[in-house]
Write a protein that binds this ligand. Structure first.
Ligand code: URA
Length: 189
């Protein structure tokens, strides 16, 4: 059977912009599709846009984004060389947790983004992204910092950079994990 053609990112972005599949569309300022290098070796996946992301249309531009920028440098990476996306493309009201039906409706966009970018590593950040990518009920506390596989992708889960802002032990674990990610990237060229 012939492989399914990949959908170009700009076409996917337009589909996301036009999406009204769930009620999150009613409360959004704009969708947050994702940003970065379309040929990235590393795809980082967060949970959902927050207030700043909803206003600016870019992922991880608030306090969690500042933390992520610092963490990336520990892995020897820049934002320009990775791709950053979220499980949900619209902000949940008051930053509440994503609902299962919202994840299910939004999931095809992240799946297609992943197929098109075709990264070597996927780094899910936090519980929602990790459960989604690995199809597991195991929590991030047990899974972070372990290299796993999902299909052909290497998966390296880490704590969410926002959760770590107020928990020093999570921040230290995140920093360790990004250093490890940097080593994995140099070992596995
Ligand atoms: N938290 C996320 O999970 N994603 C963002 O884009 C910003 C904060």
């Amino acid at each position: 059977m012939a492989a399914k053609p990949h959908i170009p990112l700009d076409v996917l972005r337009q589909q996301v912009c036009a999406c009204h599949a769930c009620m999150l569309a009613d409360g959004r300022t704009q969708t947050v599709f994702g940003a970065g290098n379309p040929n990235a070796r590393v795809l980082l996946v967060g949970e959902a846009p927050g207030r700043n992301e909803d206003l600016q249309g870019e992922p991880f531009v608030g306090a969690a984004g500042q933390n992520l920028n610092r963490l990336l440098t520990l892995a020897g990476l820049t934002r320009e060389e990775v791709y950053i996306a979220n499980v949900l493309k619209c902000r949940p009201p008051s930053n509440r947790d994503p609902r299962p039906e919202e994840i299910e409706l939004c999931a095809p966009f992240l799946r297609e983004q992943t197929r098109t970018i075709d990264p070597e590593f996927i780094v899910p950040m936090g519980n929602f992204a990790t459960k989604f990518i690995l199809k597991t009920d195991r929590g991030i506390t047990r899974l972070h910092g372990h290299l796993m596989k999902a299909g052909k992708f290497k998966v390296f889960p880490v704590f969410h950079p926002a959760a770590a802002l107020y928990h020093e032990e999570k921040q230290l674990a995140l920093e360790d994990d990004f250093v490890t990610l940097g080593k994995l990237l140099t070992q596995q060229q």
